[in-house]
Ligand binder design. Structure first.
Ligand code: FAD
Length: 310
């Protein structure tokens, strides 16, 4: 049962999410090809070929694919789909943008954000903000699956090199146009894959206090910075720091929640962290129900104290 894995990358580096999705593909079983769609992405294809258990890497390069716009990329995948039983991708921004279009063009249902492979056609996935887990069986001839990568360990890389094959360039480039990427320059680790995350909530009270209080602790710990939606909506933190149901889903080794109450929509984004530390002045805050370590007190005293102690 051949599987096509749509790789996540930035044309230079293969994202860790691809190796994690490979672990999910291996659980499905069958020969696995990785599709690298991009531009000047040969180094990415070579890295994909070194991942263990890959049969071959398909590389498709063109200007239209450089940013993996949904239209040309989905057209490319659909043109290859006849050779595969399963098309799988990390549920990152590229996978979430491209795979629903692939599923629609193939007229099949998509299994979104799988967290476990039960059988080649059966997957577990969270619903209701992670409060329930649904088991779904895909009965379509072609399965289209996105994977919540935090639930899978990355597959290893080795010395072997799977063959790299040219796969055409896809069509549909005229329907959308890439305008620009705006990157927030940051030396901090990427939130979605960071080993440590320090997050702040509404309690911070202003953007200035958020930065003064949370950032020194995060930088001392080499952590990424996260925020609750209340903090983001109030303008204390940028949108791409939001953790939760409508933000990023993280599963770091350590998550430090400062002045966050622990609403279910926030927990949906961080409750799989290995160790959770909560700092909150309300001893009854729901965050303490998921916390491994809790500090009850004023974060404006405790966070700087913790930072000094570190
Ligand atoms: P609050 O709930 O106001 O909590 C602030 C906490 O700070 C309180 O527990 C308080 O005791 C504590 N505190 C106050 N002062 C101090 C102090 N000086 N020292 C220590 N502690 C202090 N939320 C998300 O976070 N992510 C999402 O993705 C998300 N998606 C949502 C999607 C939907 C459809 C909906 C309806 C809601 C969503 N929310 C999300 C919002 C969520 O329901 C909560 O409103 C939000 O998480 C609350 O943020 P908070 O914990 O920062 O604020």
């Amino acid at each position: 049962m051949p599987i096509l894995l749509f790789a996540d990358h930035d044309n230079q580096t293969l994202a860790d999410q691809t190796a994690r999705t490979l672990t999910a593909a291996q659980a499905i079983g069958g020969e696995i090809d990785i599709l690298v769609a991009g531009q000047n992405a040969r180094a990415v294809a070579e890295a994909a070929g070194r991942l263990t258990g890959v049969r071959r890497v398909l590389i498709a390069e063109s200007e239209a694919l450089a940013e993996r716009l949904a239209e040309p990329t989905a057209a490319l995948i659909v043109s290859l789909a006849g050779d595969y039983d399963t098309i799988i991708a990390p549920a990152g921004s590229a996978g979430k943008s491209v795979l629903p279009r692939v599923a629609a063009l193939l007229d099949v249902m998509q299994v979104s954000e799988a967290i476990e492979v039960v059988a080649p056609d059966t997957f577990k996935r969270p619903i209701y903000a992670g409060n329930a887990v649904q088991t779904v069986q895909a009965t379509d001839a072609t399965k289209v699956v996105t994977v919540r990568t935090a639930a899978f360990a990355p597959a290893a890389s080795g010395d072997q090199a799977a063959p790299i094959i040219e796969a055409g360039a896809g069509e549909g480039a005229d329907k959308s146009r890439f305008v620009e990427n705006r990157f927030a320059a940051s030396d901090r680790p990427e939130l979605a894959s960071a080993k440590i995350v320090v997050s702040g909530g509404r309690a911070l009270g202003s953007e200035e206090k958020f930065r003064e209080t949370i950032l020194p602790l995060a930088d001392k710990m080499g952590a990424a910075v996260g925020a609750s939606r209340a903090a983001v909506d109030a303008g204390y933190a940028p949108n791409d720091w939001q953790v939760g149901q409508t933000g990023k889903v993280v599963a770091p080794d350590l998550y430090v929640a400062c002045g966050i109450s622990g609403a279910i929509q926030h927990l949906a984004g961080m409750k799989d962290a290995k160790v959770i530390v909560a700092i909150n002045k309300d001893a009854d805050a729901p965050i303490f129900q998921v916390a491994d370590y809790g500090l009850v007190g004023d974060l404006f005293e405790l966070v700087p104290e913790l930072e000094r102690a570190l």
